[in-house]
Design a binder for this molecule. Structure first.
Ligand SMILES: CC(C)(COP(=O)(O)OP(=O)(O)OC[C@H]1O[C@@H](n2cnc3c(N)ncnc32)[C@H](O)[C@@H]1OP(=O)(O)O)[C@@H](O)C(=O)NCCC(=O)NCCS
Length: 196
């Protein structure tokens, strides 16, 4: 019972926002992942390699990283319809240093540009700082992914560095941008303009 309560705090069944609901992934979400990760535009924005994942790679990724008990991953659903549109996660959760890496992919093109991803990130940061007591959340993003960078800035992430010319895409090199947000900065912003 105590373990179940603890899990519910650490990794709840659902986190409810205004536009989206984050839910724990279910095994039958695999077919949506297969569709998203076969999409060249999703690969362009999220992966170093543009070749699609093989079926074996996809299954390994899904069952170890998405469904695995060590990972903190949530499915993103549109609140109004409950339609599954994407996934977001913390990896490299480091209790000693209070840090994690953040990842998000809205896999459905029709879900881009409506604020769903931005709200999902805000909900994840609120969970990270208030429930998981993390101190720092970091991420990396390709320089050409302007929508993602704008979204992250709106959530409080700041650029802390760049890996110069780390990615070759569309015929030229681009930087990989490193961003992070710290608990106290995020709490200060929440007091000024609450998002969750
Ligand atoms: C990146 C992502 C999470 C952003 O979430 P989102 O809900 O689509 O973002 P929003 O609708 O809140 O838009 C964020 C900002 O980008 C702007 N924007 C929207 N489309 C844009 C485009 N094509 N180019 C540049 N900016 C764009 C929006 O106007 C908004 O800025 P504003 O509020 O200042 O006007 C989501 O689009 C996504 O998952 N995309 C595909 C995968 C991906 O890129 N993942 C991130 C990898 S690091």
């Amino acid at each position: 019972m105590a373990a179940a309560l603890h899990r519910e705090t650490w990794h709840p069944e659902a986190i409810v926002g205004r536009l989206v609901v984050l839910r724990r992934h279910r095994p039958d979400n695999l077919s949506a992942f297969a569709r998203w990760y076969a999409d060249p535009e999703v690969a362009r924005l999220t992966r170093y390699q543009q070749t699609p994942l093989t079926n074996e790679e996809l299954q390994r990724f899904f069952y170890s990283r998405i469904m695995g008990s060590d990972s903190f991953t949530m499915a993103i659903h549109i609140r109004e319809t409950d339609r599954l549109i994407g996934t977001c996660a913390f990896s490299q959760l480091d209790g000693d240093n209070g840090s994690a890496l953040y990842h998000i992919t809205i896999g459905e093109h029709s879900g881009w540009g409506h604020g769903y991803g931005t709200e999902a990130t805000q909900l994840m940061l609120s969970h990270a700082f208030r429930q998981l007591a993390l101190h720092r959340v970091a991420l990396t993003v390709f320089e050409f992914n302007e929508r993602a960078i704008r979204s992250y800035r709106k959530c409080g992430f700041e650029v802390e560095g760049r890996a110069r010319d780390a990615i070759f895409r569309d015929g030229r090199f681009w930087d990989e941008i490193h961003m992070s947000v710290l608990a106290e900065e995020w709490e200060l912003r929440q007091r000024q303009e609450p998002t969750t």
